[in-house]
Design a protein. Sequence first.
Length: 326
Amino acid sequence: MKNPVRVAITGAAGNIGYQLAFRIASGDMLGKDQPVILQLLEITPALDALKGVVMELRDCAFPLLADVIATDDANVAFADTDYALLVGARPRGPGMERKDLLEANGAIFGPQGKALNAHASRDVKVLVVGNPANTNALIAQAAAPDLNPRNFTAMTRLDHNRAMWQLAEKTDKHVNDVQKMIIWGNHSATQYPDISQCTIAGQAATSQVANDWYESTFIPDVQQRGAAVIKARGASSAASAASAAIDHMRSWALGTASGDWVSMGVPADGSYGIEPGVIYSFPCVCEKGDYRIVTDLPISDFSREKMQATDEELRQERAAIEDLLR
Ligand code: NAX
């Protein structure tokens, strides 16, 4: 058996955290031969609820769960951590402006970045799930100058998975048949789900669906899927969000399937004209615990416009919290 690795989850008593912890402990994220030590972070008022989560984790008698730590101290939660899933965030309250929301989250992700910087493994892989995920990841990254900036990522895998399913359903195929989906940009309603490179059972997706459906139904449905789930369930996506977080980390740690890629919010490096300074979702291939942006894909005028619109939104989010990046 391998040595255990440390996996930190923030907001561990919340809806997503409650799904995540159990699936990670059962080996879904890092494999059935990789023991884990879970390091669970919550705010002080939620520690009782977190205690209940710990009790249930123990009651599962998971063979791969080497230990569980529950704390309200980020310095403890991130000590030597190899993976950090930053889920806990401040939701938008009534009457809250976007700038207030960004700043309130800055007050969470800045200190957490600092704690990661001080205590985490030097190779820690960080995934920000808590919204606004891309900009929260940027804030955490800026607060962790001693860590590799590439290791701060944001989750758009749920959008990627949602898009794959929509396409499979429309063409009466299985989701396994869909490859090379792309989500560009921000995890928000400006994200751009792009099927121009997609294949379904080996054939170009664009030849299997009408362009009108793609532009008028598919793109808005993927962009608005989160809201549709809230309307149906009366609560936001939780199990699917946790599943996507696990997919993101598993791809990053263990690699992507040959001939395919995944969407990850990663620091922009100038690829496709998206200048550094934002965490932007790109198609990425992962290998040996690292990722690289897939470059040189052809970009149509239609795509270019949508990629720029979501970039513009990210720059505006950045401008609203610029003082936190210094
Ligand atoms: P919940 O409100 O159920 O849980 C959040 C938990 O975080 C709470 O238990 C809270 O006590 C804790 N928390 C708050 N501040 C904290 C801090 N400073 N340190 C540690 N814990 C803290 O929300 P949930 O449904 O689990 O959603 C969590 C976040 O995921 C939200 O920001 C949500 O918007 C975001 N999502 C992101 C998605 C994505 O694709 N990137 C999709 C799903 C989800 O909407």
